[in-house]
Design a protein around this ligand. Structure first.
Ligand SMILES: Nc1ncnc2c1ncn2[C@@H]1O[C@H](COP(=O)(O)OP(=O)(O)O)[C@@H](O)[C@H]1O
Ligand SMILES: [Mg+2]
Ligand SMILES: [Zn+2]
Length: 324
């Protein structure tokens, strides 16, 4: 960052989670990721620097080792002029979802992380003239604990994500239970993965976002303002999947585009990586413990049909049905 040249007007609100808030540069392909805190939580600048540096170090020394360097962008900690951060904070405040405003952006330390803007990452030079699509998935924990220290019987059968779904709907955070279960997504079985991805597309909550040229075209900015219309998404994606079929539209076309999207994401997740570690979802080499979550509608419907999806894995091939 060139300290003297920071201008808040060149940056725009991009998104936030529970711990950080991200702003994107209007032209350059970079973002700044700031920490946020409850209003009364006082942290020293040194503590904030250390917190951010730990995140960078974790990416560099742990995640990169597991996922390969093409897949980890750990960025760097930057120090910004305090006046810039204050003005930026004022500028973006009105764009923040109300439900996230219980925490304030840290304007006191001047520290943030600088990272490439992954929603505008140009991965293939030859495709420079084409729009950039980015699919963000927050898959959550994809295993069920088998340790005897976990004493509640239900926790050996139902995954944490599915249990939380019930809690979140009961407390009013989300309106509807999602059919998505992380164990289906991580299963390495195409049918289960298709089901998981289609379920994510039906009920994106904060687990799926799709961007085109850095703009959110599908997903939730806020629990109260979901951007989730399949026909609109299909309209954005049709040129990618059916470039010459200019006339087709309607529900049939929408379904075909969504199916293609689900298949493409599955293919990407099942493909190898530069280190041969990431992306290799092998059903035979998973961790110990149940490989199927009893709350997943996919597994439930297969059990009703008598297919073997028990803890020992898939001894019999899964029949070709898609529940739901
Ligand atoms: N490097 C990045 N490029 C583009 N978007 C990003 C980047 N990092 C984060 N984001 C966006 O900002 C959102 C919030 O950032 P995240 O790191 O998930 O915050 P939190 O730690 O609070 O969950 C993400 O869901 C994602 O959409
Ligand atoms: Mg997040
Ligand atoms: Zn589950």
């Amino acid at each position: 960052m060139e300290e003297g040249k920071m201008d808040e007007n060149e940056w725009g609100y991009h998104g936030e989670g529970n711990k950080s808030l991200v702003v994107a540069h209007a032209q350059r392909c970079v973002v700044l990721r700031f920490l946020k805190f409850p209003p009364n939580r006082k942290k020293t600048s040194e503590e904030i620097f250390q917190h951010l540096q730990n995140i960078v170090d974790f990416g560099k020394n742990v995640m990169k080792e597991f996922l390969g360097e093409n897949y980890v962008h750990y960025g760097e900690v930057v120090q910004l002029p305090l006046e810039f951060v204050k003005q930026l904070c004022l500028k973006i405040q009105s764009e923040r979802p109300e439900s996230r405003c219980d925490k304030d952006l840290d304007t006191l330390s001047g520290y943030a992380m600088c990272l490439p803007n992954l929603t505008r990452l140009q991965t293939y030079r030859f495709a420079e003239h084409r729009p950039i699509l980015c699919v963000e998935i927050k898959p959550k924990c994809g295993f069920i604990p088998f340790s005897s220290d976990v004493t509640h019987e239900m926790k050996h059968k139902v995954c944490r994500y599915c249990m939380h779904q019930h809690l979140k709907v009961a407390t009013g955070k989300w309106k509807q239970i999602s059919k998505y279960c992380p164990l289906d997504l991580y299963s390495g079985n195409k049918q289960r993965m298709h089901f998981a991805l289609k379920s994510l597309l039906q009920e994106a909550q904060n687990n799926l976002k799709i961007f085109k040229n850095g703009e959110l075209i599908y997903g939730c900015k806020d629990a109260r303002s979901p951007v989730a219309d399949w026909s609109e998404l299909a309209h954005h994606l049709k040129p990618f999947f059916f470039p010459s079929n200019g006339l087709a539209s309607g529900p049939h076309c929408t379904r075909a585009v969504i199916r293609e999207l689900v298949h493409v994401i599955t293919r990407v997740l099942l493909s190898g990586s530069d280190k041969g570690r990431a992306g290799t979802l092998s059903p035979g080499l998973g961790p110990q413990g149940p490989r199927v979550c009893e709350a997943s509608p996919f597994s439930r419907s297969l059990r009703c049909q008598g297919a073997d999806v028990g803890p020992a894995g898939h001894r019999r091939p899964l029949p070709s049905v898609q529940p739901g």
